[in-house]
Write a protein that binds this ligand. Structure first.
Ligand SMILES: *Cc1c(COP(=O)(O)O)cnc(C)c1O
Length: 484
């Protein structure tokens, strides 16, 4: 596998060899072999997680004074990155340039981006903040892709100057790029995002390929396809097509059909151009995640296999590939651990009032049907709790009635001082904090749990202090509204 944006793909190749931990010992290293490997990896992950919870209590990461903490399983993240690379290595022709750009929004944490870069991944960014995070993590410009739907002229100019690949969203953005590229000494790879309008999945807010989606050029709208072909013929520097049509709730078959549509459009453009103008297809991310058990399914290998059946021409070496997976790389490797501050009953319903709620699992709290989370329970020493299952509410600390991580969930009866863990929260949860009630961002710690030896933690993000909350909340301008 060569690497898009790398001369000869050397960095990606080296990264593979710099990562001795990748997949070793864990079935996850072979996750590409299918769901049996996925289940084995899941069992290993559950053992590591229980050890990390115990160690978090013993090492004082969670306590009465620090009643919530987030944990990241480093070996799990490495294994997912390795599984992604292996899956596409297996289906692409030798020498096919491939860049796996992690969707930063899923886990905008600098050490996570650095870890993934060490595993051979780049970064997909969609705001000046995300671009800054990728740069702070040392992700090189030529391994970074900018995809925001509302890029300003200044953001576009910066991306071009840095050498970051840009995917334009719409005709007006292309017009801005016309002006900027005319003035630029060199132009990084630029693409156009298209929407094949194939329909959505089961979660409306996350379905990007609907008839009226806000993303990209809607290919089935009248005249849009011909306009798109012309847009490429008029712009020799436009060399990529971009689609991101998957997400949680979207079937793999629908994702693969979207990729096929984009591949066919690339073939049409190249035939019209009489040359291989479109040289790279950015197929986005969106692999769904299993939130129901520790088994990882579907796997990257499942999707890569489906692509090789649905769009064989995509993988025969004529096109470079960019992927942009987020949730599937991180979700299963994050755990929120929180203390039960109080255990009470209301209307005969047992309620555990914890420190984990809407601030760390925003989507689950506002849309519990689409985003159910698994909850596991531990006693105050961090040992798994047992006992008959009793329907309980797992409540968060925020001051509104709906701040529940789980409603009437059958679990061992929780008592004050016990711990609850919200599983599969490594993407779009604690890393994308919601500051309702001025609740502090919890600390995030990566852990390694070697078969022999103690669990070791590394600080990824320190817990937010109340001083920082005041500073972020206008604390420097207390009299601002009294003046004038
Ligand atoms: C959110 C997003 C991704 C990542 O999606 P996941 O579902 O987390 O894999 C990739 N590309 C674009 C353009 C996105 O908006």
């Amino acid at each position: 596998m060569a690497s898009v944006g790398d001369t000869g793909g050397k960095a990606a190749h080296d990264a593979r060899h710099e990562a001795p931990g990748a997949g070793t010992g864990a079935g996850a290293g072979k996750a590409g072999a299918g769901s049996a490997a996925g289940a084995g990896a899941g069992a290993d992950a559950a053992v590591r997680r229980d050890r990390a919870v115990r160690a978090a209590v013993e090492q004082g990461l969670i306590s009465g004074a620090e009643p919530i903490v987030a944990l990241l399983d480093v070996a799990g993240i490495r294994a997912s990155a390795a599984a992604l690379r292996a899956a596409f290595d297996r289906v692409t022709a030798p020498g096919t340039p491939v860049l796996h750009a992690f969707a930063v929004k899923a886990a905008p944490l600098v050490p996570v981006l650095r870890l993934l870069a060490a595993e051979g991944l780049g970064a997909e960014v969609a705001s000046p903040g995300e671009l800054a995070l990728a740069r702070a993590a040392g992700v090189r410009a030529e391994r970074t892709v900018l995809d925001a739907p509302a890029k300003t002229v200044a953001e576009l100019r910066e991306a071009l100057a840095l050498g970051v690949a840009v995917n334009a969203d719409n005709p007006q953005e292309l017009a801005r790029l016309d002006a900027l590229t005319a003035a630029a000494p060199t132009v990084p790879p630029c693409g156009l995002r298209v929407n094949p309008q194939l329909g959505g999945g089961s979660i409306g807010a996350l379905s990007t390929a609907t008839a009226t989606s806000k993303f990209g050029v809607a290919l089935r709208d009248e005249g849009a396809r011909a306009w798109t072909v012309r847009a490429f013929l008029d712009r020799p520097w436009l060399t990529r097509l971009h689609i991101h049509s998957g997400s949680q709730g979207v079937p793999l078959e629908l994702m693969a059909r979207g990729v096929r549509e984009v591949y066919e459009l690339a073939e049409e453009i190249n035939a019209a151009a009489g040359r291989h103008q479109v040289d790279t297809l950015d197929i986005g991310g969106g692999l769904p995640v299993n939130f129901a058990s520790d088994t990882q399914t579907p796997t990257y290998a499942d999707y890569a296999r489906l692509l090789s059946g649905t769009v064989p021409g995509l993988l025969d070496g004529r096109y470079g590939l960019v992927t942009e997976f987020g949730r599937s790389l991180l979700a299963k490797h994050g755990t929120v651990l929180a203390r039960v501050e109080y255990a009470k009953t209301s209307g005969a319903r047992p309620i555990a009032v914890t420190h984990a709620g809407v601030q760390v699992a925003t989507r689950t709290v506002y849309d519990p049907v689409s985003w159910p989370l698994r909850i596991t329970t531990y006693d105050p020493t961090g040992a798994p709790k047992s006992g008959p299952a009793v329907g309980q509410d797992i409540a968060g600390p925020a001051c509104f009635a709906g701040d529940l991580l789980a409603e009437n969930r059958p679990l061992p009866l929780l008592a004050q001082g016990d711990l609850v863990a919200a599983l599969d929260t490594g993407a779009y949860c604690f890393a994308t904090h919601y500051s309702y009630n001025s609740l502090a961002r919890p600390g995030v710690h990566g852990f390694t749990a070697p078969a022999r030896g103690p669990v070791r933690f590394a600080t990824v993000r320190t817990a937010q202090s109340v001083e920082e909350i005041v500073a972020e909340s206008g604390g420097a301008h207390p009299d601002a509204l009294l003046e004038g």
